[in-house]
Design a protein around this ligand. Structure first.
Ligand code: SF4
Length: 224
């Protein structure tokens, strides 16, 4: 995408975001009115697969793509489009039973870099990641409350590299601040990660080989 179209797509995105919130979010709720609603933060398509599969029978799920930590713009849109592809396919297969909504947050990597750059030398799983989890989960909690949804949670726990206790303690703290509750599910349990690998293959999804930020990519390239 050239610079001009990037700029124009940013402007367009923010201009119709409100309508899209209503359209996509309501798709999940109107078609599943009897179920409790959950805003499921997702970092990418592969991680979302087994989490969506687990929640959809019992919850009206809307997937929320808010990931300022994906500092490379091209990578950000590749992961977003992979996620949307999965949701479209999932809905096509399961539309008679449940429909999953999709919502995209603002793309603001500069906010992430401002907070994370002082922690650039931290290893994956260290303090930089704590800041990153907090930033994404806080925004998810805020959006869930704004949309009057009952719960919020995140697919991040499906990764064997992510510490669920940290995510849970953050979620519990945030639910004290907003009207939505933290849905306490460690998605890596019950073979959640293995199932995400299976489903990613089934749907032909792009699977990245680094977590998301430029610091993680540099570490991966250096073989750290
Ligand atoms: S390694 Fe992953 S979790 Fe940690 S700061 Fe980077 S993107 Fe966030």
């Amino acid at each position: 995408m050239d610079k001009a179209s990037e700029t124009s797509s940013c402007i367009t995105r923010s201009a119709y975001e409100e309508n899209r919130i209503i359209a996509d979010e309501m798709q999940g709720l109107v078609l599943n009115p009897q179920k409790p609603s959950v805003l499921l933060h997702a970092c990418c398509g592969p991680c979302a697969t087994s989490c969506v599969e687990r929640l959809a029978p019992d919850y009206a799920v809307t997937v929320y793509y808010y990931n300022p930590n994906i500092t490379d713009r091209e990578e950000y849109y590749l992961r977003r489009d992979t996620l949307k592809h999965f949701i479209d396919e999932f809905n096509r297969e399961n539309g008679d039973l449940y429909t999953v909504g999709f919502l995209e947050g603002a793309y603001e990597p500069e906010k992430f870099i401002e907070k994370a750059d002082p922690l650039r030398d931290e290893p994956e799983g260290g303090k930089r990641c704590d800041v990153c989890f907090a930033m994404r989960l806080k925004e998810t909690a805020r959006m869930a409350a704004r949309l009057e949804m009952q719960y919020f949670t995140t697919t991040m726990s499906v990764s064997p590299h992510k510490n669920y206790e940290k995510i849970k303690s953050l979620g519990s703290m945030l639910e004290e601040e907003v009207s939505a509750g933290f849905l306490d599910v460690d998605f890596k349990k019950q073979n959640g990660f293995g199932r995400s690998v299976e489903l990613s293959k089934k749907y032909g999804l792009y699977r990245q080989n680094f977590c998301g930020c430029e610091y993680a990519r540099a570490a991966m390239e250096l073989g750290k």
